[in-house]
Ligand binder design. Structure first.
Ligand code: UT7
Length: 330
């Protein structure tokens, strides 16, 4: 039976670094507050680059590392909550950037869980033997939507820009993406949303709604936190059970990088050792939504923490709410 495995990951973050001290100059916040509540020290912000443009940089890095050219790509999955345009989605635009017109491209907009949904679709497409490789691009430019004043401080300090590209391939070996489980619950849509433009409104986009701040993300941080720390461990256990893998055999957990306190709470609830078994790099990038897991996986691999044969678990929770986990035999 064909299995899907992660062959290569490439990443790209824009060069502009915004430290907590930089934010102190823009809004009523402090390095201490941000560090203590989230673990974030700095994040990267674009200077004019769009989401598909940073996605392209990550894709080029992954293709070069894999020794492939864009022409080798059979299918693109593009995940973001920050598309260049509302229509068309970024997937089709990536075929233009990569010079591969005609290549199928699917858009995913499942927020922080986008990587999990992308893995799930890639696994199904490869296991059905419809495709031999998939380029899963996760790219997020969030800085342009943030309110960089005190009014927006609860989200402005958390989110960062960044991109990753994961090349999944087919193998006959007993390895790769063993299971992916995903969930969603729209009852909590308003706990993390960007309200406008919206089909609730006529016109779809108005100065009035922009003036009300509806073009900015709003978040009920406490409620997101509360759900995240219960859903993360539950979905990780669900994915392990589905894969018939015991928790003690897990080499590394790479959670979506939303908040260091969430990561620590997940490690504690699963009785795993933080920093050794549960990976974190949020201090450098903030929350890069669907790009955060592959960026963290990329860095964990570079640090020698992920090796052939290891059991690696990735998991996410975010807007929607959406959440999921995957068990991978590397
Ligand atoms: O990918 C999924 C996306 N999001 C998440 O995972 C976020 C989940 N939630 C969280 O990470 C946390 O809830 C936050 C980091 C967002 C906030 O931490 P908290 O401990 O839940 O703080 P809080 O929301 O209860 O706010 C405490 C206080 C408030 O002031 P009052 O009402 O107690 O006077 C806020 O106004 O902190 C204030 N505050 C800030 N102060 C300084 C909010 N943002 C800031 C800020 N700097 N940037």
């Amino acid at each position: 039976m064909a299995r899907a495995y992660i062959d290569t990951i490439g990443m790209y973050v824009p060069p502009g670094v915004v430290t907590n001290q930089d934010l102190e100059k823009l809004m009523d916040t402090s390095n201490e507050w941000i560090l203590e509540r989230s673990g974030i020290q700095e994040r990267h912000h674009v200077d004019g680059e769009s989401t598909t443009e940073i996605g392209l940089k990550a894709a080029e890095a992954a293709l070069a590392k894999a020794g492939m050219t864009a022409d080798d790509v059979e299918y693109i999955i593009f995940s973001t909550i920050a598309n260049d345009y509302l229509v068309p989605g970024g997937g089709a635009i990536m075929t233009k950037h990569l010079g591969i017109p005609g290549t199928p491209a699917l858009d995913i907009r499942m927020a922080c869980s986008g990587y999990l949904y992308g893995l799930q679709v890639a696994k199904a497409l490869i296991e059905s033997e419809a495709y031999n490789n998939i380029l899963l691009i996760t790219a997020e430019v969030q800085s342009v939507a943030l309110d960089m004043t005190t009014a927006g401080r609860d989200t402005a300090v958390l989110f960062g820009d960044g991109a990753a590209a994961t090349i999944l391939k087919s193998t006959d070996e007993d390895r790769g993406v063993l299971t992916v489980v995903t969930h969603s619950d729209g009852r909590y849509a308003e706990d993390l949303m960007l309200r406008s433009p919206s089909t609730h409104d006529k016109p779809f986009l108005s100065y009035e709604n922009v003036d009300k701040g509806h073009g900015r993300p709003v978040m009920n941080g406490r409620n997101v936190f509360k759900h995240a720390i219960t859903k993360f461990p539950a979905v990780i256990m669900e994915a392990l059970e589905a894969a018939n893998i015991e928790k003690k055999d897990v080499k590394l957990v790479v959670p979506h990088q939303a908040n260091l306190r969430i990561t620590e709470a997940v490690a504690q609830r699963l009785e795993l050792e933080p920093y050794k078994v549960v990976y974190s790099n949020i201090h450098k990038y903030g929350n890069t939504t669907s790009a955060s897991i592959p960026i963290a996986l990329y860095e964990a691999m570079a640090e020698g923490k992920v090796n052939r044969g290891d059991i690696v678990v990735v998991a996410a929770f975010g807007a929607g709410f959406t959440w999921g986990a995957s068990v991978i035999r590397w």
